[in-house]
Design a protein around this ligand. Sequence first.
Ligand code: ATP
Ligand code: MG
Length: 166
Amino acid sequence: MGKLANDIPKTLATGKPIQARLKTDERVLVRITEGIYRQPSSALRELISNAYDADATQVTILTDAPRFSRIIVRDDGNGLTPEVLENLIEHIGASSKQSKLGTKIGVTNPNDSSRSRRGRKLIGRMGIGLFSVAQLTRHFQIITKTEGSNFRTIADIILNMQSDDG
Ligand SMILES: Nc1ncnc2c1ncn2[C@@H]1O[C@H](COP(=O)(O)OP(=O)(O)OP(=O)(O)O)[C@@H](O)[C@H]1O
Ligand SMILES: [Mg+2]
């Protein structure tokens, strides 16, 4: 477990938010911004795929139509532990679903790492799908809790794209 995953549960006692920088490389950024997620609807597809991989049985999409100023995609899957969240933030473009890490941090099935914990064939491969929301917004939130833990984690994610700087 890295420093970020270690620090997340500590915020329960301190009450102070912590900051981290998203980490990725040029190649991955290009894919996210111009490549495979051109359609805004890709974002919904990716979020629903992630819910599927997390063994969710329900996905609810709530929005303030017809304004669509806010979209909430909620699922009842496994959720993200601090370790899973750390991997998502610090290893964009390297999915734990593709390595032994997935089993180690409880994302994939211990007997078959190509499957979800409950045995679904995994959709995710690249570790960038979540960031397809960059098509819709520069600011999103992950609110998550895992079974048996006594806290939920709120991650405010702000994307400052290089192309936005002009
Ligand atoms: N709804 C969710 N429930 C639980 N874990 C999630 C959820 N969404 C994302 N994750 C975690 O965040 C990681 C990153 O998600 P992301 O969609 O970016 O990549 P991926 O699913 O691994 O691969 P791909 O880029 O092919 O979708 C996932 O591997 C998973 O561990
Ligand atoms: Mg995915």
